[in-house]
Design a binder for this molecule. Structure first.
Ligand code: SAH
Length: 245
C-alpha cells in the first residue's frame, strides 16, 4: 500500500532509471546515499554500478522491511530515518554522493539539509517537482541563494507524470547539485537567518532591514530591494556583516 502522507510515487520505466544512474556517473569506490528508496526501483539500478557502499534512508518502516527482504547485497546499509533531519556526519564518511526521487512534500527541506552537510557532499542528484527546480534555478528566494552560494544547480531533464505510480499531478525534473570551491561561510545557521531576514518583506528597501554600515562597506545602495541583488552581493554583504558585527 502506497502512503500519500509520505509522497510515495514510484518511478517506473527502465529507460528513465538507467538514465538517472548514468547522469550520476558513479565510480568504483564511491559511497552513495539514496534518499527515499521506496520499493527499491532506483536502488536496483544503483546496485548494478560498482559503488562501494549504498546507504538507504527511508522514513517508512514498512518500506524498510520490504527492502530488507528483496535486497541481498553486502554493500547496502538500511536506515529508517527522516532525511529532512538526518545527521549525515553520523555515517562517518568523507565524501557522499546523494541521489533520490525525493518525496515532493519535503523536497525543499531535504535540499536545505543537504546544504547543511555540504562539507560531506560534493554532488547531489534529485528528482523534484519541475516548478521547484525552476524556482531554485531562476528565482531569488532565501533557499535558492542558500543553495547557490555553495552549489551549482543544473537542470538535467524533465520527466512526465506517466513515469510514476501513482502519477503525481505535476511534471518532474531531475537536477544536479555540484559543490563550488571553498566559500568562507562556516556558520550556516547564521547565514540562513541572515538570508531569511533580508528576504522577509521583499518590497522593503534594504536599509530598513540591515544596518547601513554593512551596505556601505560593500558599496550596495540601501535604497535597493532584495530582488535587485546578485548572488555575489549576498555573499559579500554577509561577509561584511560577519566581519563587522
Ligand atoms: N525512490 C523510489 C520512491 C520515491 S517516492 C522510486 O523512485 O520508486 C519517495 C520516497 O521517499 C517514499 O518511499 C517515501 O516513503 C520516502 N520518504 C518520504 N518522506 C521521507 C523523509 N522525510 N525521509 C526519508 N524518506 C522519505
Amino acid at each position: 500500500m502506497l502512503k500519500k502522507r509520505f509522497a510515495q510515487h514510484l518511478l517506473i520505466g527502465s529507460g528513465i532509471l538507467q538514465k538517472i544512474v548514468e547522469f550520476a556517473e558513479i565510480k568504483p569506490e564511491e559511497v552513495v546515499v539514496e534518499i527515499g528508496p521506496g520499493t527499491g526501483n532506483l536502488t536496483k539500478y544503483l546496485l548494478k554500478t560498482n559503488l562501494k557502499k549504498l546507504y538507504l534512508i527511508e522514513i517508512d518502516p514498512e518500506m524498510i522491511e520490504y527492502l530488507k527482504k528483496i535486497i541481498r547485497d553486502e554493500r547496502v546499509v538500511f536506515i529508517n530515518a527522516d532525511a529532512t533531519k538526518f545527521d549525515f556526519f553520523s555515517l562517518k564518511e568523507n565524501n557522499l554522493k546523494l541521489i533520490g526521487n525525493l518525496p515532493y512534500n519535503v523536497a525543499s527541506l531535504i535540499i536545505e539539509n543537504t546544504v547543511i552537510h555540504k562539507d560531506l557532499i560534493p554532488y547531489a542528484f534529485y528528482m523534484v517537482q519541475k516548478e521547484v527546480a525552476e524556482r531554485l534555478i531562476n528565482e531569488k528566494s532565501w533557499l535558492s541563494i542558500f543553495v547557490k552560494t555553495f552549489y551549482e544547480v543544473e537542470y538535467l531533464m524533465s520527466i512526465p507524470a506517466r513515469f510514476f505510480i501513482p502519477p503525481p499531478k505535476v511534471v518532474s525534473a531531475f537536477i544536479k547539485l555540484t559543490r563550488k570551491n571553498l566559500i568562507d561561510i562556516y556558520d550556516l545557521k547564521e547565514y540562513k537567518n541572515f538570508l531569511t531576514k533580508i528576504f522577509a518583506q521583499k518590497r522593503k528597501m534594504l536599509k530598513h532591514k540591515i544596518n547601513e554600515i554593512y551596505l556601505k562597506e560593500v558599496g550596495i545602495s540601501g535604497e535597493k530591494r532584495v530582488e535587485e541583488l546578485e548572488l555575489k552581493d549576498f555573499l559579500s554583504l554577509y561577509l561584511s556583516f560577519q566581519k563587522l558585527k
